[in-house]
Design a protein around this ligand. Sequence first.
Ligand SMILES: Nc1ncnc2c1ncn2[C@@H]1O[C@H](COP(=O)(O)OP(=O)(O)OP(=O)(O)O)[C@@H](O)[C@H]1O
Length: 617
Amino acid sequence: MWETELRGFADPLSSEISNILRSRGEADGRLPDVVEQSWKRCLTDYNLLPDAVPKAAVLSHSEIQMLMEQREEFMRIAEPEVERLFRRLVDSEYLVSLASPQGAMVLFRCDYQYLSELAESGVIPGSIWAEDQQGTNGVGTCLRVGKPVTIAGTEHYGSAIQRLTCLTAPVLGRNGAIDSVINVTTARHADARMNRMVQNIVERSARRIENGYFARMNRRNLMLRIVDGGVGVADIAEEGRLALDENGKVTSASSVTSRILGQDAGKLAGRSVEELFEMDQSIFDVRPGAPITLHYHGRSLQAALCLPESRQPTRNSLVPARPATPALGMVDLAEEALRINPILSQSLDRAQRLLSAGLPLAITGEPGSGKTAFAKAVARCCFGEDGQIVFIDCASLQSRDDLAALLQHRISAQRTCLLVDRIDEMDGEHQTALLAVLENDRQAGANGIGVIVISAQDLEHLARENLMRVDLVHRLKGGQIGLPPLRSAPDLEDTILDLFRIERDALGRPEVELDEDSRLVLLHYHWPGNLRELRNTLRHAVALADGKQIGLEHLPDNIVEEIARKDLTARSQSEASKIEAALRYNGGNVSLTARYLGVSRATLYRKIQIQKARGEA
Ligand SMILES: Nc1ncnc2c1ncn2[C@@H]1O[C@H](COP(=O)(O)OP(=O)(O)OP(=O)(O)O)[C@@H](O)[C@H]1O
């Protein structure tokens, strides 16, 4: 009792916060630290009352235009990323916006139908969300603390925006200053797991803008691109960048580099690369584009040197660029626009839970059904933040040494996810090597190693057919996720239309539409090549469309021909049954039946003969 009173006395703000939460039906509610600190600022510094926070002020169209023009180069990098993020979340009723350092939503992407719903809470283009005016909210609080934040439902200070969930990340510029905030808002209920997933995607988008803008601003410098994730991590969001002068001294460092090296960007400027890293060769001997290893306080980092945009290599400087030998198993882990329907979302959720519980995952499905994209998404969600992802494509492995070289990179990291693609093509030698690595890890009590294997065939089947070692199958069999073929998608039409929009926008043809015939053909085709075939077909159609309409002539011939064949068969079948019924009705009398059907006797005979011939064939 005493203790409670003393605590209440010591921190009246906390009890005021508890009262507000209680009045919202959150009797036991506790706010995350960052949110609680923000609420305290609302109560003390901004003098805001939760029920009387005014609606967000709004910039006029010309004011937004002016802000955009002032930051034209930045916007040129940010705009496609906002679009890309919006397309990724296309199915889930999310608004995507980019806010200026003052909190004004200057870029705004949202489904037209959803707009009016959000507008009720004041979320419209140009609305200003500074924390001192609107209280705790995604954009304003992110700007205030300079870190990614999620503000879910009643964690918003103003009661008028309690329905919203906002997931935000700052886009950092020179010396860590905030250039903008990228924000995703939904008025739908989203559970904590889904929020974490989207938050992760938002943060990666912010880093991609940071990196893109950094590259643009330093395009006249030599650039060292650094990856901490080891071989296989090639997502631009993960890359640190150091801009260098002619003498190999750092002129500027991106925020991801500061994170990788654990040093303020400002402190890196002026230092030479050779002073910062232990290198196997001088920076002046490095072949542009070729992968190199940098040693930094006992850690090995992967890097590549890039020439300035306009600079022609000279004999005295760096050696002319030759095509770089690709690093072992290096694949593009860049995120792509994926369509996540409720079924896929459930599978993602299941896969994440299993992987997080330390179980290996096997992803199976027909060719092109999205296994690799799915596996990358799961790996990124579970390991993207503080671990590394090592991608192994069994079809491109040359030798056991390749595998060993790939896997050794995991040793330096605390948490690693092995993503093994096309394991059904792994030969016996590699299977043994992989098994040995997994066993060693288990015996050494390795912490946090995740394994995802991708296979077109079920692992049990591979073992039965003697295509895979039984002990490896047992080691890998944790959770199995089978991705359904496209033809069985319950929302096939929506999938086609969503992916059509994605492809159309990617080719810069937002005006193009599918006509009725082509829509029907796409809907009735059986898609043996699944999502890959569908995306290729849509791209094919958009690329060939001259005007605004896509017709059958723009679709691949094989697809139209197959549907036409099916259609003919269906039509001939229905004609046969019509003739049969008419004959029956007319007691088998051909003359009467011909008259009944409105054709000549000869035509009816010919039709009957054709049907007979088909039946016999
Ligand atoms: N959820 C999705 N939404 C939209 N496009 C997708 C989705 N999943 C995959 N794709 C697209 O489908 C194509 C095939 O995907 P992916 O390579 O992941 O399939 P896969 O099953 O691994 O194929 P394979 O068996 O041939 O290796 C890619 O172009 C990818 O962009």
